[in-house]
Design a binder for this molecule. Sequence first.
Ligand code: ADP
Ligand code: MG
Length: 238
Amino acid sequence: MSEVQLQNITKSFGAMTVIPNLNLTVPDGSFTVLVGPSGCGKSTLLRIISGLEMPSSGDVLIGGQDVTLEEPSKRGISMVFQSYALYPHMTVAQNIDFGLRLARMPAAEREARVAEAARILALEDYLDRKPGQLSGGQRQRVAIGRSIVRHPKVFLFDEPLSNLDAALRTQMRVELAQLHQSLDATMIYVTHDQVEAMTLADQIVVMNAGRIEQVGAPMELYDRPQTEFVAGFIGSPK
Ligand code: ADP
Ligand code: MG
């Protein structure tokens, strides 16, 4: 079980409250996409779920367990960012393996996990290359590989494709959908790309100024937007 629940989450930076009082349930195994204008609090919310940021008040539950005070590495969560810093002097295999080595996992188990990630991400033929010898899409796959090997229950993605060109974004969209299928994990995915949201999500969460405007399946939001904001945001062409 890896349902994520946010209960009465408030977040302030100094005098500025960026998330006033937010409640959200992300179903176990769902592909939940967070959309909303720049500065509305999407990244802050992901950071609160991951534990990189503490809420000012409220609780974070993962699989029914209160993890609000738990450190990030103990939450069974993995975060993939837009800027994927790989170690340039290490091979693909070493990059993917790095976190497991730090965690002192036995070599045989590490090798099996790296091989599994490489298979899922079609990186088998690239394991001996250095990041400089890879395309942008391949580098992003290596970054995702570093998450997969840790076997997280929940993946958080913060605009992971926004640095890629349009053709590659389309390809990666397909790959992310397949990844979700094969891993059977809960995914929370932030994007400002409507097409990405509409094609990837089973549930879209529309945020505006730290609040949730509406939660629903893509076609539900499209057909029955509950606010002007949702109608404008989902309906407007990119
Ligand atoms: P989004 O990801 O939706 O673009 P963010 O979550 O990054 O939005 O930011 C939400 C708001 O919180 C913005 O007004 C931003 O300036 C503010 N904010 C985010 N992190 C900090 C911080 N560490 N200190 C002060 N303000 C912050
Ligand atoms: Mg952001």
